[in-house]
Design a protein around this ligand. Structure first.
Ligand SMILES: [Fe+2]
Ligand SMILES: [Fe+2]
Length: 318
């Protein structure tokens, strides 16, 4: 009975899709302008008006996404050990987990399909390092320290060739892909817009921390399959390194994030548990929306997807 709750197609009718397509392209362009490195412009009042407009778009979007996951967070535990058990179960039961896209990429995708997939993912990449940096403002010392360790890993521990962002760029270069938001499906842009909307706003700081934690929790399963596919297609170890590295590193990042960030935050303020849970579920739902769209584009058999969707269960309270 709960399978439909995790169905991400509730906005898949033609009209909302056209609206979402235009909205997320617009929001991504505005975010690009907002974050662009530039000296101050002449008209600060116009800039403030534009920023206020952008913030309104973001809040409207985030609130709609919160509303969509509200049925799943009613029984979220507010004591730290039970919350962590609930959170960790998302790896098995959350939206998009076990999606048939990834075994297909590992075993069947040809190089054209893999290039298209990487192009979508790269254009929708919001920059984990910057999201962590934005989210750690004013956190208590323990969680802040773990986020600093995570950020330091993102920075290649001070070495350019170990930085995660440029590592993804090398995969993109070897596949001869040019990320371009204009050639990216809106679902992927929405994922990046969501992450930035949460991390860039103090209102949604707990949501951002929950979402970043669930990326660490769920990325290893996905990137290891992508790495498998890239290896099968003859991509070099350098070109695959981003995926290979995260398959192992994010297991450790996830354990540390849960233990050092989520647990202490819930212990300190049990009221934040629901916001952390909402952020995690919103990120997973946005990911699931991408996988579904990618499968449709790549012609991956629908019956495989249906069997997976019917197998979904609600993350239950501990
Ligand atoms: Fe990373
Ligand atoms: Fe990580």
């Amino acid at each position: 009975m709960h399978a439909k709750v995790f169905d991400t197609r509730d906005d898949a009718s033609d009209h909302p899709c056209r609206w979402a397509n235009a909205f997320h392209r617009d929001l991504m362009r505005r975010n690009h302008d907002r974050l662009r490195l530039a000296p101050p412009g002449d008209d600060w009042e116009a800039e403030l008006r534009a920023e206020s407009q952008l913030r309104r778009m973001e809040v409207g979007f985030v609130e709609a996404e919160r509303h969509a996951v509200a049925p799943w967070t009613r029984n979220v535990p507010t004591r730290a050990p039970a919350f962590l058990a609930w959170f960790e179960r998302l790896e098995q039961t959350g939206p998009g987990q076990g999606d048939p896209l990834f075994p297909w990429l590992a075993q069947e995708a040809d190089v054209t399909a893999m290039r298209w997939f990487i192009k979508q993912e790269a254009a929708g990449e919001a920059g984990f390092d910057d999201l962590v940096a934005l989210s750690q403002l004013r956190l208590p010392a323990g969680p802040k320290l773990e986020m600093a360790r995570n950020y330091w890993d993102e920075m290649g521990r001070g070495r350019l060739d170990g930085m995660h962002g440029p590592m993804l760029d090398r995969a993109v270069a070897e596949l001869d892909v040019v990320p371009d938001p204009d050639e990216t499906v809106w679902e992927s842009l929405a994922l990046a817009n969501l992450m930035l909307a949460m991390a860039g706003s103090r209102r949604y700081v707990y949501h951002a921390i929950g979402a970043l934690g669930v990326v660490e929790l769920t990325a290893p399963g996905r990137v290891s399959r992508v790495n498998e596919g890239l290896q099968r297609l003859g991509i070099s170890p350098t070109g695959r390194r981003y995926f290979q590295l995260h398959a192992g590193l994010d297991v450790r990042h996830s354990e540390a994030w849960n233990r050092e960030v989520l647990g202490p935050l819930v212990e300190r303020d049990p009221d934040c548990a629901v916001a952390l849970a909402e952020g995690a579920l919103m990120r997973m739902r946005a990911g699931a929306r991408c996988f579904e769209r990618y499968r449709a584009h790549l012609g991956i058999a629908a019956e495989r997807a249906i069997s997976v969707r019917e197998g979904r269960k609600l993350p239950v309270a501990a």
